[in-house]
Write a protein that binds this ligand. Structure first.
Ligand SMILES: [Zn+2]
Length: 415
């Protein structure tokens, strides 16, 4: 089926039995499926997160974006609620199969196959996390090992003792595991890990973070991925171009829009990623404003042979996380790239202070063993000034005092 045919079947089903989209589309004057993708873009309204949250408040506990009776649903997840109220998200077995199929493609494009042993050093909680990935790996025939409820040192031993070849975790946690290995003198020489699929934060597409992980893991290859609980697994990293994410367009309709004019942004431009998922019929989203800022690659066939939309630098950041300091727009991923490129930074934290109309930030870095904190701080400050033309205060923190994260990291702190 083409993208348009999948969309037409989806819209038909939503108009028939989905209370949320049935009402939303009719209010926007839409009472039949679109004849083409162009008509879809022209006539169908965007969906925002606040609308979904409001719908769940009005129709507790699961909201009304359910295409089928609630008894037909078998999986429950919820968002972490970092930016407010957590959202609950249900899947039918068929919708879940679609989530798993998306993850299967992520693995395939990362070169992970049935002979791999895949480990998930992650506490499997109610958010979508790596549940879909785990099911995909198991269904592909990979030996799949869950790492919930374990301390980091035990997870490292699991990796070594079971001859694990692929790991799925956040980029921060991949670095943290390497740090623990150094502290506990766990010898990485016998590690068989060749692929690390990272998700949950932008680190996989930040060149300096990525090269730190690859060095620490003895040359294992980092592959980036991103997804969202309410949408599903969205991108895979281009196997030929580091730091380029492809949107799985057989499963999604992707748009990039200008946040002010809401007009489509062409190849080479940057804006907010807007997504429609085409196979999660039980709890779908049409034209979802993800809040993620991306940069579209220039047109032209990709070296990997994919014609799917390519995003340079992966997810650059959340629109809400951008701060403007003395006229300069700063995204967390851009700051992380510079801080990590100094080398010798184990962990860091960015504190943002907003007084009247002035925004300022200061950075605390935790030096690796044997690094001189003051000299490293000076080096990071110089690099920041070179990159952004800003004088930013950088101070050294005591070893082990900054928080470490297994799930989404919270380094960007508003005071
Ligand atoms: Zn490619």
């Amino acid at each position: 089926m083409t993208q348009a045919q999948k969309l037409q079947a989806l819209v038909q089903a939503l108009l028939a039995t989905n209370p949320f989209y049935g009402a939303k589309l009719r209010t926007a004057g839409v009472d039949r499926p679109p004849a083409s993708i162009a008509e879809f873009h022209a006539r169908f309204p965007f969906t925002t997160k606040s609308e979904l949250i409001e719908d769940q408040k009005q129709h507790p506990p699961f909201g009304s974006n359910l295409t089928f009776p609630v008894d037909e649903y078998s999986r429950f997840h919820q968002t972490s609620g970092t930016s407010g109220q957590p959202m609950r998200w249900l899947d039918t077995p068929e919708s879940w199969d679609w989530v798993v199929a998306c993850w299967t493609r992520v693995f395939q494009r990362a070169g992970v196959g049935r002979s791999d042993r895949v480990f998930f050093p992650f506490s499997f909680g109610p958010f979508l996390g790596f549940w879909g990935a785990f099911d995909a790996a198991a269904r592909m025939g990979c030996l799949s090992i869950a790492g919930g409820g374990m301390r980091s040192a035990a997870r490292l031993r699991t990796v070594l003792d079971n001859e694990v070849t692929a790991i799925c975790c956040t980029p921060t946690y991949a670095l943290h595991l390497a740090e623990i290995a150094a502290d506990e003198k766990i010898d990485f020489a016998r590690s068989k890990v060749k692929t690390i699929i990272v998700a949950g934060e932008p680190g996989g597409s930040i060149p300096s973070t990525r090269s730190h992980i690859e060095q620490a893991w003895r040359g294992a290859r980092v592959m980036d991925h991103h997804g969202m609980t309410e949408i599903g697994p969205v991108t895979y990293e281009c196997p030929r171009r580091c730091g380029v994410l492809h949107v799985m367009e057989e499963s999604y309709i992707a748009e990039v829009i200008d946040r002010k004019t809401l007009e489509a942004v062409g190849p080479g431009g940057s804006g907010e990623l807007v997504l429609t998922n085409l196979g999660r019929t039980g709890s779908p989203i049409l034209r979802y404003r993800t809040g993620d800022i991306v940069q579209r690659a220039l047109l032209g066939g990709c070296e990997c042979g994919s014609a799917e939309m390519a995003l340079d630098g992966g997810i650059l950041g959340r629109a809400d996380d951008m701060v403007v300091v003395r006229g300069v727009n700063l995204y967390p991923s851009a700051v992380e790239q510079v801080v990590r490129s100094a080398g010798g930074v184990n962990e860091f934290r960015v504190e943002i202070r907003q007084e009247k109309s002035l925004t300022d930030l200061s950075i605390f870095i935790e030096p690796a063993n044997g690094e001189d904190g003051a000299a490293l701080g000076h080096r990071v400050a110089t690099l920041l000034q070179y990159a952004f033309g800003l004088r930013i205060e950088v101070s050294a923190a005591q070893a082990g005092t900054l928080p470490r994260f297994e799930a989404k990291s919270k380094r960007w702190v508003y005071l």
